[in-house]
Design a protein around this ligand. Structure first.
Ligand code: UD1
Length: 419
C-alpha cells in the first residue's frame, strides 16, 4: 500500500489546475445507459471512482473507447442489469446505475451499498421515489431488485435533498411516461452539469438550479458530447492549502459561482482572495482567524470540505466550532489531527477547535476520501514529517495530488509502505 510523506512548513506558491469534477463525472457516466447513441465525455478526472464506474458500465455491456480524460461510451447493447456487490462495495456511487437501468431496460439489480466510514448512508429516498414512479422494488440477499415496464411521471417530495438520490430520479424521469416533478431536490452544481448533459441528449428538464425540477419524459435519449465541470472540492482543497501554508496560490479553473459558502468563510479567516476570469487566487500574509462553520446542502458549506477546514482551523487564532449536519460519523480525522498536536473536542455533531500556533508532523491514517485531504493539508503546515497511510482513499477522488502540490513547492512524495 502507498503512503504519502510530507515535510511541512513550506509556503505554497504558483498556479495549480483544477481537474474535472468526480461527482459530476460519475452521474454523467451512468447516464450513458439512457440511450443507444455515442456519448463523448471530456475532462474526466483520472481517479479511481471514475475508473470503477467505467468498469461497472462495461460489465453491463456498455462499450468504452478512449484514453486519458476523454472517453466515448455506447450503451446500445446493454446485456446485464446487475451491479454486483464487489464493485458497489468499493464505490457507493454505483447506486447511480439504478435509475438509468430501470428506466431504459425495465429492470435493475443493484447491490445495496452498506454503511461506510462516515455514516450509515441509506438509499431509502432513491427507492421511495422510484416506487412512486411505479417501480416494484424488493431488497433480497443484499440486492435491490427493481422492475417497471415503464416508469410513470408523478410528483415526488424528497424528505432531504439527497444528491445522488436527486440524480437517480432525474435520470429515471427522463424516460418515464409523462411529467415528473421533483420537490426539495439537491441544488449542487454537479446536478446542473448532469442536467446540461441530459439536455444535450434530448431530455426535457426544467427548473435546474432551483429546489423544484420537472422532467417531461421522452422515449429515448440520443448521443452527445460533454465536458465535465471543474471539481469544486478539489479547488476548495487547493485554496485551503494556500491558506494553511501562508502561501500565494492561483487555483486555475476554480469557478466562483460553484463555491457556495466556501469563499465567504475563507475571507472571514483573513486571507486575501482575488477573483480572476479563469480562477481564484489566495494569499495569506497575516495570522488566520478562527471562524465557525456548519456544513449544509448546497449552497451551504460542503461537507466534502469539512475535514480540510478543520485542519485550517487547527492553526487559526482563537476557537472555532465546526458543525457537521450531513453525515453523522464524519469526524474520523479528529483522532489523527490530535496525533499532530491539534486541540479538538467533539460533542455530537460539533467539533470545538482551539487553534494552536503550529502542528507537528506524525504518522497518521486516512479513514475516508476527504478526511485524507484534511490530513494532507495538516501535514503541509506541520513542523517536520507527516506520513499518511491508506492513501487509496485519496486516490478515489484526487488526481495526481502529490504532483500538483509538489509543483507548488511542497515537499511531498508517494512511497510504498514498508511492512
Ligand atoms: C454525495 C456526494 C458526496 C457528498 C454528499 C453530500 C457523489 C457521488 N457523492 O453523496 O461526495 O459528501 O453528496 O454532499 O456525488 N440520505 C438518506 N436517504 C437517502 C439518501 C441520503 O437518509 O436515500 C441521507 C444520508 O445518509 C446523508 C444525507 O442524506 O446523511 C446526504 O446524503 P446524500 O446527499 O445522498 O449523499 P450522496 O449522494 O451519497
Amino acid at each position: 500500500m502507498d503512503q504519502i510523506r510530507i515535510i511541512g512548513g513550506t509556503s505554497l506558491t504558483g498556479t495549480v489546475d483544477v481537474g474535472g469534477a468526480k461527482n459530476a463525472a460519475l452521474p454523467i457516466l451512468a447516464a450513458s445507459l439512457l440511450g443507444s447513441g455515442d456519448c463523448e465525455i471530456e475532462y474526466l478526472p483520472q481517479v479511481r471512482d471514475v475508473s470503477t464506474m467505467i468498469k461497472l458500465l462495461q460489465l453491463l455491456g456498455v462499450t468504452a473507447q478512449g484514453q486519458g480524460g476523454t472517453i466515448t461510451l455506447n450503451a446500445k447493447n446493454v446485456q446485464s442489469v446487475e451491479a454486483p456487490y464487489e464493485l458497489v462495495k468499493t464505490m457507493r456511487a454505483s447506486i447511480l446505475s439504478l435509475g438509468p437501468l430501470l428506466a431504459r431496460l425495465g429492470e435493475a439489480k443493484v447491490s445495496l451499498p452498506g454503511g461506510c466510514a462516515i455514516g450509515t448512508r441509506p438509499v431509502n429516498l432513491h427507492l421511495k421515489g422510484l416506487e412512486m414512479m411505479g417501480a416494484d422494488i424488493h431488497v433480497e440477499h443484499g440486492y435491490i431488485e427493481a422492475k417497471a415496464s415503464r416508469l410513470r411521471g408523478t410528483r415526488i417530495d424528497l424528505d432531504f435533498p439527497t444528491v445522488t438520490g436527486t440524480e437517480n430520479l432525474i435520470m429515471a424521469a427522463c424516460l418515464a411516461e409523462g411529467t415528473t416533478s421533483l420537490h426539495n431536490v439537491a441544488r449542487e452544481p454537479e446536478i446542473g452539469d448532469l442536467c446540461a448533459f441530459l439536455g444535450k441528449r434530448g431530455a426535457k428538464i426544467y427548473g435546474v438550479g432551483t429546489d423544484t425540477i420537472s422532467i417531461e419524459g421522452v422515449r429515448e435519449l440520443h448521443g452527445a458530447r460533454h465536458r465535465v465541470m471543474p471539481d469544486r472540492v478539489e479547488a476548495g482543497t487547493y485554496l485551503m492549502a494556500g491558506a494553511i501554508t501562508g502561501g500565494d496560490v492561483f487555483v486555475r479553473g476554480c469557478v466562483t459561482d460553484h463555491m457556495g459558502g466556501v469563499l465567504k468563510k475563507l475571507q472571514e479567516t483573513g486571507v486575501e482572495l482575488t477573483e480572476e476570469p479563469d480562477g481564484v487566487r489566495i494569499c495569506r500574509k497575516g495570522i488566520l482567524r478562527s471562524v465557525d462553520v456548519k456544513t449544509l446542502p448546497y449552497p451551504g458549506f460542503p461537507t466534502d470540505l469539512q475535514a480540510q477546514m478543520m485542519a485550517l482551523m487547527s492553526i487559526a487564532d482563537g476557537t472555532s466550532v465546526l458543525t457537521e449536519t450531513i453525515f453523522e460519523g464524519r469526524f474520523l480525522h479528529v483522532p489523527e489531527l490530535h496525533r499532530m498536536g491539534a486541540s479538538i473536542e467533539v460533542d455530537g455533531p460539533h467539533a470545538v477547535i482551539k487553534g494552536k500556533p503550529s502542528l507537528t508532523g506524525a504518522p497518521v491514517m486516512a479513514s475516508d476520501l476527504r478526511a485524507s485531504a484534511g490530513l494532507v493539508l495538516a501535514g503541509l503546515a506541520a513542523e517536520g514529517e507527516t506520513v499518511i497511510s491508506r492513501v487509496y482513499h485519496l486516490d478515489r477522488g484526487y488526481e495526481r495530488l502529490e504532483e500538483k502540490f509538489g509543483a507548488l513547492g511542497a515537499n511531498i512524495r508517494r512511497v510504498r509502505e514498508v511492512l
